[in-house]
Ligand binder design. Sequence first.
Ligand code: COA
Length: 385
Amino acid sequence: MNEYLPGLEGVPATKSNISDLDGKRGVLTYRGYRIKDLAEYSSFEETAMLLLDGRLPTREELAEFDRQIRSNRRVKYNIREIMKYLPATGHPMEMLQASIASLAMFYPGDECLTGSEVCEDLDYVHNMSVKILARMATLVAMWQHIRNGYDPIEPRDDLTYAENLLYMFNGRDPDPLLARIMDACLILHAEHTINASTFAALVAGSTLASPYLVIAAAVGTLAGPLHGGANQRVVEMLREIGSPDRAEAWLEDKLAKKAKIWGMGHREYKVKDPRATILQNMMLELMRERGGEMGPLFETALKLEELCEARLGPKGVYPNVDFYSGILYSAMGIPEDQFTSIFAVARCAGWLAHWREQLKDNRIFRPTQVYTGESERDYIPIGQR
Ligand code: COA
């Protein structure tokens, strides 16, 4: 096959049994379980196990996994020292990529990856997955304090993953409703078939690179605004619009300039992303709990969605996961430039599941290209050019 398809649209890059989506019906499943049910009834810890191991755990298995995650949350103090020297103005995703990559040096042990029996060593794969997943949240929250000149808040092992994440951000015992919403957000972002960052993880994993570097590759790929970075852009865009009554003129101006509307559109979904609907409903729940006040961001988003449906709906462009997630994170007190980092913390579960699946039947990714350059020719010495 020599046909070049830009963006590899429609080209299967792997075989996977981790998640599936139906872009016409707007259905997403992890290991066959509907995302809506997981967001309502599961926990991030249980969903991570489902993704990694392929089945829902028993009560005992979940308790053991949870214990392992809780006891691996701390990172060596040298990581804190590294962070102190990073520019405070750096983007949290840049910090996260640098920090996760540096963990490979502090926690080595990937010798078995270079052996021929790598796929058999499930203990190694499991232990690495636990360590990385447990520490992602710690790194993200540490940066919030270090960049402001403070020592980070130590993780607590008496809290769930979502509770501890919120606690490490603001140092207060987490509000139960906010913790439940954060948990559901982590579940909703945990996995999404072969998207750009997961593909990057697969490519890095296929070279038998250390899992920390695999996740670093994925973090860098998630950062871009066409992928995970869109959630930050959405809130910036809504602030720029300012209020629902200004949305129509703003949208017409952007569409006339052929600009992208952040949080809209998806390669696979031609209807509204099911995760966007769940996030929107959670936002409504939070607003009701807080006395019914919607706030300008949410009101503007609702109006923009309505306008976009008329203008972009015929092209199959509808809200994606990033359209409402940032508004929700804002309402939970997460700073705007940390939205994508929270996405990365969650998606780490899916990246690790794909890394594990890749190792089971590994072959290095080495695609081909359609060469469009000069044909073979003689070198011209510099004096004759
Ligand atoms: N705003 C305006 N128009 C959009 C759009 C958006 N966000 N997303 C897609 N479209 C339009 C394109 O302009 C194009 O129209 P045309 O056929 O008239 O030229 C058509 O829909 C197809 O878009 P295309 O960019 O080819 O789709 P893609 O599959 O290559 O890209 C995204 C998918 C997600 C990168 C794209 O929709 C996008 O940039 N969205 C905004 C960024 C974002 O929210 N990313 C998060 C994804 S979860």
